[in-house]
Design a binder for this molecule. Structure first.
Ligand SMILES: C[S@@+](CC[C@H](N)C(=O)[O-])C[C@H]1O[C@@H](n2cnc3c(N)ncnc32)[C@H](O)[C@@H]1O
Length: 203
């Protein structure tokens, strides 16, 4: 690793005092994710209320807009994206991001290089990978999640005016402790559940 990268990213693990403004105060989806259905939640809520005793199944859970909007007691969340699923699994454990997060191009590309070196070393399930994935998602272009043919994350810097980074994800621990999270292709999701989700699928 280059000295610059080490200096920026490998800060000593000192305890972080999280300002009130950086705590999660509601259940907003923590990531930017293409195709989010947050706008659907007000329409789904009255329908869901009669079924709230059931388990909500989201086979393509993505940015979790629906699940976090409806807040079911029980849910089965599934996605094919291992970085997304790793991030949610760390939310369940109470993710606290201690690394510096800056809306700055140089910092972004150093963090991207570090994330790619974790992927190359097979360390995609680590807390560091989850924290970097969050930072790259919030800071990169349009919240895209894109990889090159060698498997490297290659989304460019996003150029947002301002980003309100969250560091302390502890409010997600309680709901996530009641929800199962799977990393599967739709065709691998348990057959009965899959039948309930989609009647016919070529996936
Ligand atoms: C549009 S997003 C879902 C958005 C989500 N419903 C929301 O409201 O935030 C679609 C998700 O499906 C996942 N996906 C695509 N193909 C899949 C497959 N065959 N099996 C499981 N997940 C898949 C993608 O990784 C992506 O995260």
């Amino acid at each position: 690793m280059s000295r610059n990268l080490a200096t920026l990213l490998e800060q000593p693990p000192t305890p972080v005092l999280v300002p009130e403004s950086l705590l999660v105060t509601d259940a907003k989806p923590p990531l930017k994710w293409a195709g989010g259905k947050r706008w659907l939640v007000p329409h789904l809520r009255p329908i869901w209320e009669d079924h709230a005793y059931r388990r909500l199944v989201e086979p393509f859970c993505g940015g979790l807009a629906i699940t976090l909007g409806l807040r079911p007691q029980r849910a089965l969340l599934n996605d094919i994206n291992p970085h997304l699923v790793n991030f949610y699994r760390w939310l369940r454990k109470g993710l606290l991001i201690e690394m510096p997060m800056k809306n700055a191009e140089r910092h972004y590309y150093l963090a991207r290089a570090r994330f790619n070196s974790l992927l190359a070393d097979g360390l995609i399930r680590t807390q560091e990978a989850a924290g970097l994935f969050y930072y790259l998602n919030r800071t990169g272009y349009n919240g895209l999640c894109r990889f090159n043919s060698q498997g490297g994350f290659n989304v460019p810097f996003g150029r947002y005016q301002q980003i309100n980074y969250v560091r302390d994800f502890s409010p997600y621990v309680e709901p996530f402790s009641r929800w199962a999270i799977q990393l599967l292709r739709l065709r691998e999701v348990e057959p009965r559940t899959r039948r309930l989700c989609v009647r016919r699928s070529s996936l």
